[in-house]
Design a binder for this molecule. Structure first.
Ligand code: AN0
Ligand code: CP
Length: 316
């Protein structure tokens, strides 16, 4: 594996999940693997979990870490080609990515979508230009359309907690006051479609995701029907893909409450975090015994460590 930008970069998903679980048991088994190598973590957007879990994973492998917030710590970057740079951006991504590639052996990039221009967002210009110009392996720390480190941790969490061979996993939309990316649900869908699960997606009309990621899943606008018999409930808001980047439904009844969880097969409650309490899920659900969001966030370390280990072993 050279880069990690989507599930399609992974040769054997089950093997990667097994590696993540193995590293959780024995975190320091490869503590010299990354010795004298440097991981650069480049953020165009904020982060709590991704930032700290990826640093922790890197330290467990003996890697050195440098991180930078683009814009506030560095110059503002121009992403578009063939432009006269007489506006706000002081430096082009061509030089910036190439220079960061001189200092780092592996680069992680977090770059959210604009949510204004679907075509540009779905081209994944920022991460693709880092791959093109840096000359080193690049991992996604959540790109415009995908969040594979999160999905790997999610899949690992489901593997740890499942009590049957083929659990029912439900991805449900919930209303949110701000327009959010489709990256987490797109990515979760593309990983779940390759997992041994019955996968159902439920959302209001107009919130259909790009079929490129969801094809193969059962999709319904009836949340109660979707939740019936679920073993895992994965809640997430996203803005509309078809009516791009807009909030077209504010229906609070999509929030996950104890009443909704009562429809399930005593399901575990998952969310990538950060979560707004009593907006996406109620206090009772988040504080209840079936919420596994902290274990899920904890697993981000092993997800990142499995990916970094695989890249270190195959690319150097
Ligand atoms: C981001 C999102 O929805 O993609 C990050 C989630 C990991 N969430 C927010 O911006 C609140
Ligand atoms: N789940 C997740 O990626 O969280 P952060 O945005 O805090 O990194």
């Amino acid at each position: 594996m050279r880069h990690f930008t989507s599930v399609n970069d992974v040769t054997d998903i089950q093997q990667l999940v097994a590696l993540a679980r193995e590293l959780k048991k024995n975190p320091l088994q490869n503590s010299e693997l990354g010795k004298n190598k440097t991981l650069g973590l480049i953020y165009f957007n904020p982060s709590l979990r991704t930032r700290l879990s990826t640093q922790k994973a890197a330290h467990n492998l003996g890697l050195r870490v440098m991180d930078m917030n683009v814009g506030s710590d560095s110059w503002t970057l121009e992403i578009r080609d063939d432009v006269v740079m007489d506006g706000a951006a002081s430096e082009h991504i061509k030089e910036a990515a190439a220079v960061i590639g001189q200092y780092c052996d592996i680069i992680g990039i977090r770059s959210f979508p604009s949510l204004n221009d679907k075509e540009t967002d779905y081209k994944e210009e920022v991460i693709q230009k880092f791959i093109k110009y840096s000359g080193v392996p690049v991992i996604s720390l959540e790109s415009a359309t995908l969040h594979p480190l999160q999905s790997l941790a999610d899949m690992m969490t489901i593997e740890e907690l499942k009590t049957k061979k083929r659990p029912k996993v439900v991805l449900t939309w919930a209303a949110h006051p701000k327009a959010l990316p489709q990256a987490v649900p797109n990515s979760f869908a593309e990983w779940m479609n390759k997992a041994e699960v019955d996968f159902v997606i439920t959302h209001p009309e107009g919130y259909e995701l790009d079929e490129k990621f969801t094809k193969g899943a059962t999709i319904t606008h009836n949340q109660d029907e979707a939740l019936a018999g679920a073993d895992f409930v994965y809640a997430k808001n996203w803005s509309s893909y078809t009516n791009y980047g807009n909030i077209i439904c504010k229906d609070k009844t999509w929030m996950i409450t104890e009443e909704k969880m009562a429809l399930t097969n005593n399901a575990k409650f998952m969310h990538c975090l950060p979560i707004r309490r009593n907006v996406i899920a109620s206090d009772a659900v988040l504080d209840g015994p079936n919420a596994v969001v902290i274990q899920e966030a904890g697993n981000r370390v092993w997800s990142a460590q499995a990916v970094l280990k695989t890249i270190l072993e195959t690319q150097f």
